[in-house]
Design a protein. Structure first.
Length: 255
């Protein structure tokens, strides 16, 4: 029945019912919202409790491993045959998830368990690291690697101090010494030529990363050049270098 056809009393009743229904729906919405917040709070509490239990279990496991390690180490010092693997300080789970860490089996028949698992951290140079992080692409990585290889071949950094009559000075590249081979002389020519493509105000930054394996974040702390974004300045230098030396690189790195 249309509301216009209702009598006055029916309209009052209908209005009261509508208002009550609206209030009810509003309370239902508030209840659902409160229920959702309670569920989220319970989930967060559960996740927090799980993290806490995981930390406690890991702490107990670490204490037990350390106890066994000390016992094994004492047995080894006393000349008692024991599991040598128990005497090792193992890396953390976070370190094992790092690709820079590798594990290897160390064979030794005279050990009680026949061998042990060894851990080693690999050295990854900065340009390889930056390639894996997407900072460098294949082309700029190839240019940086070529620059680094040619610098190493140039023998600009002598392996021994350089003596001068009356004084002794360090064997710095700036001191000056003759190359010991034609190969080194050609590499020095390549380096001087390649430096011409790199902007002078980022050359030091570029060589710190590529030649010295200093991280960009560390270089940024000491950089006093005109660029506010040191990472962008480094990438710009890499592209400039690639544009200049690309014809000297392998064909698979050509654009």
């Amino acid at each position: 029945m249309p509301i216009e056809a209702m009598s006055g009393a029916d309209r009052v009743v209908f209005g009261a019912i509508s208002e009550g229904l609206a209030d009810y729906l509003g309370h239902v919405e508030d209840y659902n919202s409160l229920l959702e917040k309670l569920v989220q709070a319970r989930a967060a509490k559960t996740a927090s409790e799980q993290r806490l239990m995981s930390l406690l279990e890991r702490d107990a496991k670490d204490r037990e491993e350390e106890r066994r390690r000390r016992i094994a180490l004492a047995d080894m010092e006393a000349g008692i045959d024991t599991n040598v693997g128990d005497a090792l300080v193992r890396p953390t789970p976070e370190q094992l998830r790092d690709p820079a860490f590798i594990t290897r089996k160390v064979a030794a028949k005279h050990w009680a368990d026949g061998g042990a698992i060894g851990y080693r951290r690999l050295h990854i140079d900065q340009i390889t690291y930056l390639l894996s992080r997407g900072v460098l692409d294949d082309q700029t990585f190839a240019a940086c690697k070529w620059y680094r290889d040619r610098y190493e071949a140039s023998e600009m950094e002598p392996s021994a101090a350089v003596a001068q009559y009356g004084e002794t000075v360090r064997g710095d590249p700036v001191y000056g010494h003759l190359p010991r081979s034609e190969w080194a002389a050609e590499a020095r020519t390549d380096i001087r030529w390649a430096r011409g493509f790199i902007p002078a105000d980022v050359l030091s930054l570029f060589e710190q990363v590529v030649l010295r394996d200093v991280g960009i974040s560390e270089v940024a702390k000491q950089y006093r050049g005109p660029y506010a974004n040191v990472r962008a300045a480094f990438i710009h230098a890499c592209h400039k270098l690639y544009d200049g030396v690309s014809h000297r690189l392998e064909s698979r790195f050509q654009k």
